[in-house]
Design a protein around this ligand. Structure first.
Ligand code: FAD
Length: 385
């Protein structure tokens, strides 16, 4: 088995790195401030935003491994990777959209002019998403939407939302769902940020009160939205970005550990045997996580459909993010818990922040418990509990 990258892949990685070096001048990885929006624009101008799109839609038709390398480098360097429009909504429209929808939305997404958010989860529907209750009722050529979404990442800054609604309450729960696109400026949509424990407010509650949306904004067919949303969720690929996002913080922690301990006369933090072993554990587990992600990509590149393999990669990778954060703060001592911006915070408060922010990693995109159910039933063939 050959684990090395081909020359072509190595050259591609260098091309990505060169683009990031030339265009990134700081900003938010989520792409929600001016500097990062300008960066996303530069990505669009240089064809990086639509890297994965087929050539017929103006993309580069990149291979699965090129996309993986691209995502890895974005995460390692803490830069935006394009967002949901290019990643999710565009590909769904290519498969299920009408000609008019494609003509209206794909060019704007490709030019980086619009940002999208995802309105799927509700207060009573997360893991069991098909229980969603937000209602859309037909009224002539329109539908009228009432209900509430929650955990809508980026909703405050988004221009458009793709949203799942219940259109047939009598049908079996997977069969009465319709998938809409809405402009976030439509009257009746209200967004309320949710304060998070690390100080940020990336999530939101999104309320719909008598919101009118033309039937022409349905993606796919009425009442078939569940199956189309499944396509959208499929576009979340190997999840390699989660693991790759750890590389920078881990390397900085390992470097820091070689420095003299600020409290102890010349003693280095790594002199503590426990910490040395913890760093060694994380280094080992990071390689495992990386290859679990590569396996998912490899399967996709062969036309196979990863299932339990994605769940293994997701749960292992996100639990490792949390372990790394815990090991980091314990190594850094009491100062390690200080927040970003505190003058005495080691590593600029990066680990205090990670300790709080990685809690959500094992929830977003499928919880660890749900993933373990998938590994047990679909991977191991065990009966349902
Ligand atoms: C960082 C982040 C970003 C997100 N962004 C978005 C977004 O942009 N748009 C959006 O729509 N949603 C978003 N979400 C919501 C996310 O999809 C849900 O949080 C997730 O699906 C879990 O749903 P829930 O929070 O309702 O928890 P629940 O489903 O209520 O789960 C509660 C607990 O019960 C456990 N549980 C549930 N079912 C089972 C089962 N069958 N077996 C065993 N245990 C079970 C879960 O593992 C969990 O521990 C985001 C979440 C996070 C954390």
């Amino acid at each position: 088995m050959d684990f090395s990258w081909s020359e072509e892949h190595q050259a591609f990685r260098k091309e990505v790195q060169a683009f990031i070096r030339a265009n990134w001048s700081g900003g938010s990885e989520r792409g929600d401030d001016e500097a990062s929006r300008n960066y996303v624009k530069a990505m669009a101008d240089n064809g990086w935003l639509t890297l994965a799109w087929p050539k017929e839609y103006g993309g580069r038709g990149a291979s699965h491994f090129q996309q993986l390398i691209f995502m890895e480098e974005c995460s390692i360097n803490g830069v935006p990777n394009g967002g949901q429009g290019a990643d999710r909504v565009g590909p769904v429209l290519m498969i299920h959209g009408t000609q008019k929808q494609k003509e209206e939305h794909l060019p704007k997404i490709a030019r980086g002019e619009v940002s999208w958010c995802q309105g799927f989860s509700e207060p009573g529907a997360g893991s069991d998403l098909a229980s969603l209750q937000t209602r859309a009722v037909r009224d002539g050529d329109d539908f009228v939407i009432n209900g509430q979404k929650i955990w809508t990442s980026g909703a405050r800054h988004a221009d458009w939302i793709h949203v799942l609604t219940r259109t047939d309450p009598q049908a079996a729960k997977h069969r009465g769902i319709t998938y809409f696109m809405l402009n976030m400026k439509t009257p009746g949509i209200n967004v309320r940020p949710i304060q998070q424990m690390h100080g940020g407010a990336e999530f939101n509650e999104t309320f719909f009160e008598d919101v009118r949306v033309p039937a022409a904004n349905i993606i796919g067919e009425e009442n078939r939205g569940w199956y189309i949303a499944a396509t959208a969720l499929d576009f979340e690929r190997s999840g390699i970005f989660r693991m790759a996002g750890m590389i920078g913080p881990f390397n900085r922690l390992a470097e820091f550990a070689k420095q003299p301990d600020s409290a102890g006369a010349g003693r280095r933090i790594v002199d503590t045997q426990e910490h040395r072993l913890k760093l060694a554990d994380t280094a080992t587990e990071m390689i495992v996580a990386r290859y679990l992600g590569y396996r998912v990509t490899w399967m996709q590149s062969k036309g196979l459909v990863p299932n339990a393999e994605s769940s293994i990669s997701k749960s292992f990778g996100t639990e490792l993010q949390q372990r790394n954060a815990r090991r980091g703060v314990s190594m850094l001592g009491l100062y390690g818990l200080l927040a970003k911006g505190e003058p005495r915070a080691p590593l600029g408060g990066e680990y205090g922040h990670l300790y709080l922010s990685t809690v959500s990693a094992t929830i977003a995109g499928g919880t660890s418990e749900v993933n373990r159910n998938i590994i047990a039933t679909r991977g191991l063939g065990l009966p349902r509990g």
